[in-house]
Design a binder for this molecule. Structure first.
Ligand SMILES: Nc1ncnc2c1ncn2[C@@H]1O[C@H](COP(=O)(O)OP(=O)(O)OP(=O)(O)O)[C@@H](O)[C@H]1O
Length: 219
């Protein structure tokens, strides 16, 4: 099993309480792992520690991807309905910053590929503020994909979506594992999605984490 993340003897505390003690786990590369656990157990805090480790160089956390190839998609973003940005311009913000004021031919191609893959072609010129919840989630995902991530972390990205839309999003995310050799970490409370789409579940409980292998999936 090729690891994407290796956590060794990690302790995490927030003011006034200890969340995790001596965490030891591996997140396998090129798989979809759901992070689960009760409200307040520390799922988001753990993910924040993983992201901060690029800066802090914590010896307890080893991530086999660079910071720029690690993308975090938060659950909620306050985007004003009147915000004057089209979906395609919002997605393009995810492209790596070059020194040029314009997009290169390869960047334009990547942007078009991502817009197509996330099924945003028909609505790419619309204002982001006017998009539905499912369309916005696809736009957030598309923006993250523009950075060509090796590790994609999704924080409850399906929480506000209906059954059909959340299944569509997960089918799309699973197809990325194959096409783009991506490892996905997905914080969720949704047992149906875990059952249908996860390769592994990292279950968090008081002070502890346990990696559980789920059913074999087609890759
Ligand atoms: N900076 C902080 N100061 C104090 N307490 C904090 C801080 N950050 C997180 N906490 C607390 O740590 C606990 C874990 O929070 P976290 O958001 O990681 O949980 P979670 O598992 O992601 O929850 P949920 O499922 O509700 O999103 C909570 O009790 C939270 O209030």
């Amino acid at each position: 099993m090729k690891p994407m993340i290796e956590v060794t003897d990690l302790n995490i505390q927030v003011p006034g309480k200890k969340l995790f003690e001596n965490l030891n786990f591996i997140i396998p590369a090129n798989n979809l792992t759901c992070i689960t656990g009760e409200n307040g157990v520390g799922k988001t805090t753990l993910v924040k520690h993983l992201l901060q480790s690029f800066k802090s160089k914590s010896p307890q956390i080893k991530i086999h991807a660079t910071r720029s190839r690690t993308q975090y998609v938060p659950q909620l973003r306050n985007i004003d309905d009147e915000f004057p940005l089209s979906i395609i311009d919002f997605v393009a913000l995810g492209l790596h910053q070059s020194n040029l004021l314009w997009h290169t031919r390869s960047e334009k191609k990547l942007l078009q590929d991502v817009i197509q893959k996330t099924n945003l072609m028909a609505i790419s010129k619309r204002p982001l503020g006017a998009a539905s919840g499912g369309e916005k989630q696809r736009a957030f995902l598309a923006q993250a994909l523009c950075a060509e991530p090796k590790l994609l972390i999704l924080d409850e990205s399906t929480a506000s979506l209906d059954t059909v839309t959340k299944n569509e999003l997960l089918i799309l995310i699973r197809s990325l594992l194959i096409d783009r050799d991506i490892t996905v970490l997905f914080i969720t409370h949704d047992p149906e999605l875990i059952e249908k789409y996860a390769d592994y579940e990292l279950h968090l409980s008081h002070l502890q984490a346990q990696l559980i292998k789920k059913g074999e999936r087609e890759k």
